[in-house]
Each structure stands twice: as structure tokens, then as C-alpha cells.
Design a protein around this ligand. Structure first.
Ligand code: C2E
Ligand code: MG
Ligand code: MG
Ligand code: MG
Length: 276
């Protein structure tokens, strides 16, 4: 960095940069430890069908019970995990945990598909589909009990390669959804070539409807696109009654957000589901 700026440019010690690097190092070693001590937990956020209000799925969201800092949300540690290549073992833990949860629920008659967020590191890992198939076998879980959330970016690589990988995942019975839809640059032509089951409208658009005309137009376009391509459309980050009404009137099939429920621990999710 100092060199790139030129020799004549005197570099001062930057305590902010140094402490950020140090923090990342600390987080890295604590993350590795967290995997061993069982400090991660999945929370589950309900997804409702807007037509009849039925609970049709949940999204698994990782949390970290940090020894000193309390409950941490993914934005506080996923970036470091990605950077330090810890996302692979953590992602593997998430998949296994979601499978175990799905199996527990199925044993109790709660047949609720669980959506799992994938990181690009996992998706691009050589042998990822095989390791997933092996995990399903070990945990005795049907692929249809899970859904995988990928971002648009992850689908924008080599079309043939992505297509082949998604076809293998579909062959395991898994559904595929595109997360944070609208924020990337995926071309429609590209998407229609892929076996995608669901698109998730990004929260940044949902939060501005109905009052912002641009956001409203984008949301409407995504709902129509999804319908014409035969995909389910779900809105994420639904917080208000006005947003919910707007989405229902457009025909957006599924809703997720604080308006319905926050991400809940496994026990709280079961309680929530049984009270409905
Ligand atoms: P995401 O997949 O888009 O997940 C939705 C995020 O929006 C979650 O934040 C959720 O708690 C939050 N959210 C839900 N409803 C509302 C709402 O009504 N209003 C607002 N303001 N927020 C809402 P969270 O749990 O902090 O997760 C953030 C991101 O971290 C996720 O975004 C996902 O990209 C990533 N992530 C979470 N768990 C995992 C994981 O197991 N693996 C990977 N690779 N990424 C994960
Ligand atoms: Mg997601
Ligand atoms: Mg999202
Ligand atoms: Mg997001």
C-alpha cells in the first residue's frame, strides 16, 4: 500500500488501520474457537404465504454468542470469516445444523422447509455438491426440506458452470432462491436459463414502498418478472402494514420481515408456530 502510493509519499502509522487489522486477527482466532465450543446458533425467521397467511418456510440466520460481546449478528463476523477462509467450515456447520433442525421438526410433524444462505466461497468450492449430498446422507435428510439462498452475484459467473451446479443441487431435491434480488446486475436472460424457484426482493426496495415511486415500480416489475418466469416471489424486510398491503395487492406471494416475526430461536419458532 505504502509503495503503491509512491516513494516520495511519506506514510504515517495509522492507528485506525492497525487496530482494524488487529481486530480482524482477534475475531479470526475467536471464530475458529467458536466452531469448537458450539458458540454459533441458528435463528429462524418465518416466511408467510400472503394469500392465506400460512407459514410456508423459515430462513436460517446465524448468530454468534460471543464470550465478551454478547449475541453478534452476521454482519459483525461474516466479512472476517469470508476474508480468512473460515466461511467454509462455518458454512458447513450451518448446513449441518439446519439439516438437524429440519429432521427434528419433521419427526414432530412440522414440515417446514428451511432456507440456508450460501456464501460464494461455498458455492465455488470444488466438490461442494458432493459434500452436500454426503451431508444429507449422514443427517438422513431429504433435500426437499432445504432451500438454498444464493445472491445474484454468485449466479453471474460462467453460465454453463452455474447451470450445471444448480442442476445438481436440484437433483438433490433442493430449491434455489435468489437473495437480495434487484441489488445485483443479473440479466433477465441469464436468470431465465437457470432453474431458480424463488426470488427474494431486497429489503432496500421493500422499505421504500409504497411512497417511493421508483421503489414501487421496481417491486412491481420483480413480481411480474417472477410470475412470468414461473418463480415464487418473496419480499424480505416487510416492516409496516402499508408495505404488507402494497405487496399483497401486487400479488407478491410470500412475505418475510419484522411485520410478521423477527428471527427466532428454535424453541421460540416452535412456540410461535404452535400459537398460530
Ligand atoms: P439476508 O439473507 O438478506 O437476511 C435477511 C436479513 O434481514 C437478516 O439479518 C434479518 O434478520 C434481517 N431482517 C429480517 N426482517 C427484517 C425487517 O423487517 N427489517 C430489517 N431492518 N431487517 C430485517 P441478519 O440476520 O443480520 O443477516 C444479515 C445477512 O447475513 C443475511 O442477509 C445473509 O446475507 C448473511 N447471513 C446470515 N446467516 C448466514 C449464514 O448462515 N451463511 C451465510 N453465508 N450468510 C449468512
Ligand atoms: Mg438470505
Ligand atoms: Mg436477503
Ligand atoms: Mg441482505
Amino acid at each position: 500500500m505504502a509503495k503503491a502510493r509512491g516513494r516520495a509519499n511519506v506514510q504515517f502509522f495509522d492507528p485506525v488501520v492497525a487496530s482494524a487489522a488487529y481486530d480482524a486477527l482477534v475475531v479470526e482466532s475467536q471464530l475458529a474457537q467458536a466452531l469448537e465450543t458450539g458458540a454459533f446458533e441458528l435463528h429462524y425467521q418465518p416466511q408467510l404465504r400472503s394469500g392465506d397467511g400460512r407459514l410456508v418456510g423459515v430462513e436460517a440466520l446465524i448468530r454468534w454468542h460471543h464470550p465478551e460481546r454478547g449475541l453478534l449478528l452476521p454482519d459483525d463476523f461474516i466479512p472476517v470469516a469470508e476474508e480468512r477462509r473460515l466461511m467454509l467450515p462455518i458454512g458447513q456447520w450451518v448446513l449441518r445444523e439446519a439439516m438437524r433442525c429440519a429432521r427434528r421438526w419433521h419427526a414432530q410433524g412440522l414440515e417446514l422447509p428451511i432456507s440456508v444462505n450460501l456464501s460464494s466461497m461455498q458455492f465455488q468450492q470444488r466438490g461442494f455438491v458432493d459434500s452436500l449430498a454426503e451431508l444429507l446422507r449422514q443427517e438422513q435428510v431429504n433435500g426437499a426440506w432445504l432451500e438454498l439462498e444464493l445472491t445474484e452475484r454468485m449466479l453471474m459467473d460462467d453460465l454453463d458452470e452455474v447451470k450445471a451446479t444448480l442442476a445438481q443441487l436440484k437433483a438433490l431435491g433442493m430449491r434455489i432462491s435468489v437473495d437480495d434480488f434487484g441489488t445485483g446486475y443479473s440479466s433477465l436472460g441469464h436468470l431465465k436459463e437457470l432453474p431458480i424457484d424463488k426470488v427474494k426482493i431486497d429489503r432496500s426496495f421493500v422499505q421504500d414502498v409504497p411512497q417511493n415511486a421508483d421503489a414501487a415500480a421496481i417491486v412491481q416489475a420483480i413480481v411480474q418478472l417472477g410470475r412470468s418466469l414461473g418463480m415464487t416471489v418473496i419480499a424480505e424486510g416487510v416492516e409496516t402494514e402499508a408495505q404488507e398491503r402494497f405487496l399483497r395487492e401486487l400479488g407478491c406471494e410470500e412475505l418475510q420481515g419484522l411485520r410478521i416475526a423477527p428471527p427466532l430461536s428454535e424453541a421460540d419458532l416452535q412456540l410461535w408456530a404452535s400459537r398460530r
